[in-house]
Design a binder for this molecule. Structure first.
Ligand code: NDP
Length: 287
């Protein structure tokens, strides 16, 4: 009798990782990123087979690392702080929303070229409107921060038709530049921290202050009655900002929903399938 598996017992097929489609999240730091867990959940739920890992890159080394990854057959990457503008420069083609933002958080191998997209704005808007149920047409929005994440969300927030969007940044000149770039898209103006105004229906913290251990402190009057405070950071990093907002009477949400929603947009670009997100957000919150 020939040696081999007993009839009816088929050996498990083991795909070597090198034969699977590879994806990474590139950042510095990147050890904290929950993207590998999120994409593993999406892959399981949609029946896709892929590998998704973290790639720590030193400042100034983004282009070399990304070139090496795609030359070795990598299919796509998420890009996080502080490389979103480097990723914009690296991409050989860009979607309209990435071009508008001037920042890229998603790279995809396409027909021998690398396409750059920005899914941050779509992710934030989906979390605000579909998950949190906010109606923002005619509202007053304060966006604090003018870095890579803020760049990605200004266009999609203006597309919701607010009465006013104020971009306030510690370094005023960056807010000025961002507001100027988006002026044709709607009622947007810039501010420094001393003159951001008062009575906003939605206040979004798009600064990285909490990651530097300096939680953002805003005067209570920025919140209109019934306002929502949203921190793009999530978990413990968002706590101090959100606690202060609650004390000022605002409803508060961290950025975990945005994280999952922007990841779902990236997954859709890469795999052509849109994963369900509510269960993934709930599972991550519970973990
Ligand atoms: P960048 O480094 O590009 O920008 C940082 C911004 O934070 C700048 O506007 C900077 O102001 C401001 N800032 C930094 N420290 C302070 C401080 N102590 N006080 C006030 N302002 C400060 O970062 P990103 O835009 O890429 O990311 C911003 C945040 O958003 C991060 O916490 C990131 O993790 C989070 N994020 C979350 C996402 C999600 O899906 N939930 C997606 C993308 C980002 P200045 O110009 O003066 O230096």
């Amino acid at each position: 009798m020939a040696a081999g598996p007993a009839a009816g017992l088929r050996p498990a097929i083991r795909l070597h990782p090198a034969t699977m489609d590879r994806y990474v999240v590139i950042g510095n730091p990147v050890a904290h990123s929950r993207s590998p867990e999120i994409h593993a959940r999406f892959a399981r739920a949609t029946g896709e087979t892929l590998v998704y890992e973290r790639l720590l890159v030193e400042p100034g080394d983004f282009a070399r690392a990304a070139r090496e990854f795609f030359a070795a057959g990598g299919r796509g990457a998420n890009v996080t702080l502080p490389f979103k503008v480097d990723a914009f420069d690296f991409a050989q083609e860009r979607t309209q929303r990435a071009a508008q933002a001037g920042a890229v958080n998603t790279l995809a191998a396409r027909d021998g070229l690398v396409l750059g997209d920005n899914t941050d704005g779509a992710g934030l808007v989906r979390d605000l409107t579909a998950n949190l149920g906010l109606a923002l047409a005619g509202s007053r929005i304060l966006l604090v921060g003018a870095g890579g994440a803020a760049r990605g969300v200004v266009g999609p927030l203006l597309a919701l038709g607010p009465a006013l969007l104020v971009i306030a940044n510690r370094t005023r000149a960056r807010a000025d530049e961002l507001a100027r770039a988006f002026e044709p898209g709607g009622p947007v103006r810039s501010a420094g921290f001393a003159d951001m105004g008062r009575g906003f229906d939605l206040v979004v913290n798009a600064t990285s202050s909490s990651t530097h251990g300096e939680p953002l402190e805003l005067p209570a009057e920025v919140f209109a009655p019934g306002a929502t405070a949203y921190d793009m950071a999530y978990g413990a990093a968002a706590r101090a900002f959100l606690d202060r907002a609650r004390a000022a009477g605002a409803r508060a949400s961290d950025g975990l929903g945005m994280l999952v929603e922007q990841a779902a947009e990236s997954f859709h670009l890469w795999r052509g399938k849109r994963p369900e997100t509510a269960g993934v957000i709930a599972a991550l919150r519970a973990a």
